[in-house]
Design a protein around this ligand. Structure first.
Ligand code: PLP
Length: 422
């Protein structure tokens, strides 16, 4: 990222950045780039959900959705998402409104009841550790912290986690029980796992007999280009490698229909599904099948999901394009920053010179632009290079987003040139 500058040029650039920053701070902005959630216009696309199921209260099987029962969720909804999440219908559960909740519960159940293939409960073991590809999703890391699970960062590559490191760590340490994976349009760097990465994750020998891949396919249908990226079928790959019980697949309609009133899914081997159902059966007499039915009526089938996601894309694509255009115009060629060009998902990752991310976030906040705290993309909030900033373009309106990214670019120039001049 470095570009050689003469002392005179650097001093000129720094002066310009200082005066731009002064002007920025004087504008009294109040902008927010932290919120990785759908904008109101995106939620409006699912407005019809609010009037469904419109008096209907029977599922395809004749089940009265108003009543208790049906822990596995409506088969017709699982049918729609089996394709999206690459899980056969009998092995897919449709549950509550949050996949994060399912991840939380899966960890709690693994702590308190013996997983298929495990020798003992996780809580009875001296130490539990998870591999955390970085940058990653802060709520995954928060779950590990909550349950005292050690986190071991693993660098991301363009093809997913660095598999040489992953294979070494899982082979040598039986305390390593899991790995967090966001395999498609990863949060926050938009990485798509290659087929080879999926194959290696499925096939690698692990010291722990109860090792699990937490496959959080949160952005399975969330394309931003015509490419509609496909990833390899991890569940099938695990079964083919003789590790049928290795993967827990998660997903939800939070960023398809309504974030907060969607439906979450869990998919896995028959043994894991029975294990989860047995445990979930203690905490609930059944999911909200009325919500599931309204999702079936609204989305109809896998093609319906695809068509709906095209409408989502039409709203999101201009925002991601604006981020790329402004960063390119303001920071391109400066050597002060690199950024991702995701083909889907919800985030852009901005990489600034080492030691600058926290200061950029601080200066932006002082100028009225709130960014996700630097470090949030790493376990324990610690980005050892202090270089990664997560940008969430979805929620602000276009004009607000443009103003925020322009302001952010000013802060990057200011902090970057200050560091070079120091
Ligand atoms: N997983 C990832 C990678 C996310 O980015 C998010 C939300 O931002 C979630 C899970 C939350 O999913 P849910 O709303 O289904 O709990």
């Amino acid at each position: 990222m470095t570009t050689e500058l003469s002392a005179a040029t650097l001093s000129e650039l720094l002066d310009q950045a200082r005066s731009d920053y002064k002007e920025l701070a004087g504008r009294g902005l109040a902008l927010d780039l932290t919120r990785g959630k759908p904008a109101p216009e995106q939620l409006d696309l699912s407005e019809d959900l609010l009037s469904l199921p419109g008096g209907r209260h029977t599922a395809a099987s004749g089940t009265d959705v108003r009543n208790y029962g049906g822990l596995q969720g409506l088969p017709e909804l699982r049918e729609i998402f089996a394709d999206v999440l690459q899980v056969p219908v009998p092995q897919l559960l449709a549950a509550g409104n949050s996949s994060l909740e399912l991840m939380h519960d899966s960890i709690v159940h693994a702590l308190l009841s013996v997983l298929p293939g495990a020798e003992s409960r996780w809580v009875d073991q001296e130490r539990i550790a998870f591999l955390c590809p970085v940058p990653g999703y802060d709520r995954h890391f928060a779950l590990c912290e909550r349950f005292g699970i050690d986190m071991i960062p693993v660098p991301m590559t363009a093809d997913g986690p660095d598999m040489d490191t992953v294979e070494r760590l899982v082979a040598e340490d039986p305390a390593v029980k899991g790995i967090w994976c966001v395999p498609k349009y990863s949060n926050p760097d938009g990485v798509v796992y290659s087929d080879e990465t999926v194959r290696r994750l499925a096939a690698m020998p692990t010291a722990a007999p109860d090792f699990r891949i937490f496959w959080d396919n949160a952005y399975a249908a969330h394309h931003l280009t015509d490419e509609q990226v496909q990833i390899a079928d991890v569940l099938a790959a695990c079964a083919e490698s003789g590790h049928a019980d290795r993967v827990f697949v998660f997903g939800s309609t939070s960023k398809i229909t309504a974030a907060g009133a969607g439906v979450a899914f869990f998919g896995s081997s028959p043994a894991n599904v029975s294990w989860l159902l047995a445990n979930n059966g203690k905490r609930s007499i059944g999911p909200d099948k009325i919500n599931q039915l309204r999702h079936v009526m609204f989305l109809r089938d896998a093609d319906g999901v695809r068509a709906h996601m095209e409408r989502q894309r039409a709203l999101l694509e201009p925002k991601f394009a604006a981020v790329a255009r402004i960063l390119d115009a303001e920071l391109g060629g400066t050597g002060l920053a690199g950024w991702t060009a995701p083909k889907g998902g919800y985030f852009v990752t901005l990489t600034v010179p080492d030691g600058c991310a926290k200061e950029v976030v601080r200066r932006a906040a002082e100028a009225g632009i709130v960014l996700t705290p630097a470090g949030a993309t790493h376990p324990y909030g610690d980005d050892p290079r202090d270089a990664v900033i997560r940008i969430a373009p979805s929620y602000p309106g276009l004009a607000e987003l443009e103003a925020a990214i322009e302001g952010l670019a000013v802060c990057v120039r200011l902090v970057g040139y200050e560091q070079r001049a120091a």
